[in-house]
Design a protein. Structure first.
Length: 149
């Protein structure tokens, strides 16, 4: 996906098993952020940066939705543990990640594997992509400030 593209209508199911669609957010600006794993240091820092800046994000008209391959149950625990005020999509089959182009090859200690490439899409009220923050751009501890910047 690139700037100007329309995001898919069916986004996935959230931590409560509720289906989320692009059309649910028509007229709203959306922060659709993809992260590798619940309860890991970087992913927790990123989620907490968004949580801690919700008033400013709300004031700018943003709705936040996180996406990872974790299960609904894992998301529920992550939300409760960190008091997150936004939904998390359980993309356990990586369908949305593949459609958005954020499922790819990663490496750790010389070992290559497939995983989520930390990426944030800023989506216009009409469902088109306004901006993309690539994995190299995202600073997890201050990600909300980057978006608001």
């Amino acid at each position: 996906m690139k700037q100007g593209d329309l995001i898919p209508d069916f986004l996935g199911t959230d931590e409560n098993g509720k289906e989320l669609h692009r059309s649910d957010f028509t007229g709203k600006k959306l922060i659709l952020y993809f992260y590798p794993k619940d309860n890991t240091p970087g992913c927790t820092a990123e989620a907490c940066s968004l949580r801690d800046n919700m008033d400013a994000l709300d004031a700018e008209g943003y709705t936040v939705i996180g996406v990872s391959s974790d299960s609904e149950a894992s998301h529920q625990k992550f939300i409760t543990k960190n008091n997150l005020p936004f939904h998390l999509i359980a993309d356990t089959d990586q369908r949305l990640q593949k459609l958005m182009g954020v499922w790819g090859e990663k490496s750790l200690a010389g070992r290559k594997y497939m995983g989520t490439l930390r990426t944030t899409f800023i989506v216009n009220p009409d469902g088109t992509i306004a901006r993309i923050f690539s994995p190299k751009e995202i600073k997890t501890k201050i990600h909300a400030e980057q978006i608001l910047g």
